[in-house]
Design a protein around this ligand. Sequence first.
Ligand code: FES
Length: 572
Amino acid sequence: MTGRADVAGTSAPVDGGVFADAWTGWPMRAFLRAGGLSREAVRRRPVIGICSSWSELNPCNMGLRGLAESVRRGVTAAGGTAVVFPTISLHEQFVAPTTMLLRNLMSMDVEEMIRCSPIDGVVLLAGCDKTVPAQLMGAASAGKPAIMLTAGPRCWARFRGEPLVTDDGWRLVAELIEGRLSAGEWDRLEDVFCAGTGVCNVMGTASTMAVLAEALGMALPGSAVVPAAQARRSDLAERTGVRAVELARAGTVPETVLTEAAFDNALRVLVAIGGSANAVIHLEAIARRLGLVLGLDRLQRISRQTPRVLAVRPSGTFSLEDFDEAGGVPALLRVLAPLLRREAVLADGRTVAEVAAAASGRPGPCLRPLAEPFEPDGGLVVLRGSLAPRGSIFKRSAAPARLWTHRGPALVFDDYRTALQRSLDPALRATPDTVLVVRNAGPAGAPGMPEIDVIPIPVSLRQAGVQDMVCVTDGRMSGTQPGAVALHVTPEAAAGGPIGLVRDGDEIVLDARRGVLDLLVDERVLARRASEPRPARPAPSRGYEALYVQHVLQADAGCDLDFLAGTPAATA
Ligand code: FES
């Protein structure tokens, strides 16, 4: 294996060396030495790329720069050479209109940098929500040995004398809207809300994806929920560097790790922890990069068979630190072992069965045995029916039980911005039974499938004490947010889905126990509405956004771009 010819996606174990070849390696060695590497370092194998989503535009990921140095130490100690390279980084609050629009672009950046660079393997450094799936999608497609280390949750803050974590933000926004939080307190909240780097410190999308990366076998066992600020994370980084060298020497590519068994386990873990609904979309997208189709029927089956055994906020009252103290993901695997595909191999080379058997930790009240779960079923429910023919996701674990079954009249908002504006109108007519419908928030329609940050409960109802209402949307919701929301309604309004035909006052039925989301309107009436002209929304005409809208798949297919599915070998 010599020269750059070997960077075109080979999975062969390293032997000679891109940089070691006397002739073709010369310019690469010369340029690398400009960066301070020694004569010996540029000839060592394997060369491990450290793919970092560190950025000052991404505070959640700012700890990754330090972790990259720890990874480098591990790579060097194992006999390899490490080179750090940047990619696009996406922070949930900094990217407009939504990070989901750019997840696929980041995955393409990651894929091509791994594939086209003279590296034998890669360590993926991610944290904030979309950076984890984007890196996993890119690495799956690039086909070189890869292992991930996530940033870890940030430490807790304190506000008004009490601990403050990310999902408290939703409650405090509501208090501000209702006039129960003063301007001074709001200012003070800004001062303390983020007490350091690291990802949101509840089981939102970032931590859910970190847990799933571990369950999939792409991150070291025990790594997902170790706090960002703890020295244990540096230790994990060093061990990740060592393991990256071993994977590169063995030629272990993601395709051999990300098997159907690994995805089954990840889905089971997802519903057992009451994790973020966004992860359903991301897992589907990662799987399809390897030619696998998960599908919502699989999720529904697994969810019905899997008790929810973890109760970390927002799907419970406990913290990520409680989960870490209880043993983290290995302890969870021990609890779930009878339901898991135990032959799947995790990132340190052990099987799920071996990791589960060896799991230690002090079992805490946040993690219960299978026989005494928090709920007998999983935290996510697939809804289907005349309003969502191809499915919708309902995060039962974060919704009040009294709204798991509901029937009420629709109040329709044609986009999220309008929903927020109209919800502040004291004259807006609604009752606690009203079903709030927020549409044109899907992958193609928004575009980019933004999150419903605040459920648009009319201010008059808020002031009367109403804190929860059923909401139906073709968009997404933050994984940190609680609420009775039927999410990802597919097909979306922009793709001709029935959600685009709902009118104020139409009766809607949501039944999370039976998995139903129905619009109680006669089919002939819907057909007539469908034939009526609707205002056309201007389509983006250039650049990435135009490419995205032309090629994005619906939520049930992972919202990837259609031309990115499948392995390079399969699509050649
Ligand atoms: Fe980055 Fe929540 S905003 S993880």
